[in-house]
Design a protein around this ligand. Structure first.
Ligand code: ZN
Ligand code: ZN
Ligand code: ZN
Length: 358
């Protein structure tokens, strides 16, 4: 079986699909194997967890809170206690100047979204209602920083599991807002703008159409979204999720769309969990939201999407040195595994949520 070089259609990244490198998809993943022992479902409350109710003083004061009818918080947004970027690094002039120099103050905003009052580790263990509230919180924080006017780009990401960089297991995500466009986003914008200039259409809309027609990489297609394994996925089971309707910015999503989005995310994460659990592992992954810049500069050329990147292989010399990745599971095989996975329906309310003990 020959390896195959694939070029990512958006940003031109090189990926070698090299199936003979792995006997079975997750068996070589020491990180994932270790994790299976490390994280077990614990009680819904841990006294030493800074994200659990009752320990609010252990985090900076909340900048946004969603509460239930009884006044108990359901989602809290707090500034990151150890941020890489901050608005204290300079005034408006410094923020404008930041885009023009190699030596810059580290300006930006880094917020943590605590996604449940219960001490659960898994995003896909949250109820549909809770997941919808979390997505609304992402959207509203992006809207907030877009309206602020001083920053240009907002990135939402989740590090789930130790191998994906999570330091705390209590379910959470982060939003980092930057004064300029970060390199990964810029590469996608450049690819999308070039395509739009050549063909007069959205690269992502056309990509989704091709994936639907070809079918081999499709994981699911329902509720107004398409989920498919990336043609040049960097890691085994890398999956992208796009809205069918062309839309540049996630923060344009109306309330009515959020529940459908939550359903699709839960389904795809549940499938990833099912494929992993068959092999005794809890998946570690990064879930990344890519959206247009706050000023909408890409116009109709860009199309927001999720990138779900399971973290099972270590990045080594080829990745660091050449920026090329080796993926030992073909996206076609990954998509088949994910399609065939049996996913239990999401809880209407997770057991943990109902007993948010103090
Ligand atoms: Zn906790
Ligand atoms: Zn589009
Ligand atoms: Zn992307």
């Amino acid at each position: 079986l020959m390896s195959e070089l694939r070029i990512d259609p958006i940003c031109g990244r090189h990926v070698y699909i090299a199936e003979e490198r792995a006997g079975r998809p997750f068996d070589y993943a020491e990180g994932a194997a270790a994790e299976a022992h490390e994280i077990e479902e614990r009680s819904a409350y841990r006294p030493d967890c800074p994200f659990c109710p009752g320990n609010e003083a252990a985090t900076p004061a909340a900048v946004a809170v969603v509460t239930d009818d009884a006044g108990q918080w359901r989602v809290r947004v707090v500034p990151n206690k150890y941020p890489a970027v901050s608005m204290a690094a300079g005034g408006d002039a410094a923020i404008r100047a930041a885009a023009d120099s190699h030596f810059r103050p580290a300006i930006g905003v880094q917020e943590v979204i605590i996604e449940s009052p219960s001490h659960v580790a898994r995003f896909d263990a949250l109820s549909l209602d809770q997941t919808t509230t979390v997505l609304a919180t992402y959207r509203d924080r992006l809207r907030y920083w877009a309206a602020d006017g001083r920053l240009r780009y907002g990135l939402v990401f989740k590090n789930s599991g130790f191998a994906a960089g999570a330091s705390l297991e209590h379910v959470h995500s982060q939003i980092v807002s930057f004064p300029d466009i970060p390199p990964v986003a810029q590469a996608e914008f450049d690819g999308a703008m070039r395509y739009s200039a050549s063909y007069g259409r959205c690269l992502f809309c056309d990509l989704a159409q091709r994936e639907r027609t070809e079918g081999a990489r499709v994981v699911g297609s329902a509720d107004g979204y398409l989920a498919f394994c990336a043609y040049a996925g960097r890691q085994p089971y890398e999956t992208w999720i796009l809205p069918d309707q062309h839309q540049a910015r996630f923060d344009e999503l109306p309330d009515g769309e959020l529940t459908r989005m939550a359903l699709v995310l839960q389904d795809v994460l549940g499938r990833l969990s099912a494929v992993n659990e068959r092999q005794g592992h809890r998946p570690a992954y990064n879930l990344i939201l890519h959206s247009d810049s706050f000023d909408g500069a890409q116009g109709s050329a860009y199309h927001w999407h999720w990138e779900l990147v399971p973290r099972t292989t270590h990045l080594a010399g080829l990745e660091w040195g050449a920026g090329a990745f080796i993926n030992p599971v073909s996206p076609e095989r990954a998509a088949r595994d994910l399609r065939e996975a049996i996913v239990p329906p999401p809880p209407r309310q997770s057991a943990a949520e109902g007993t948010a003990a103090r």
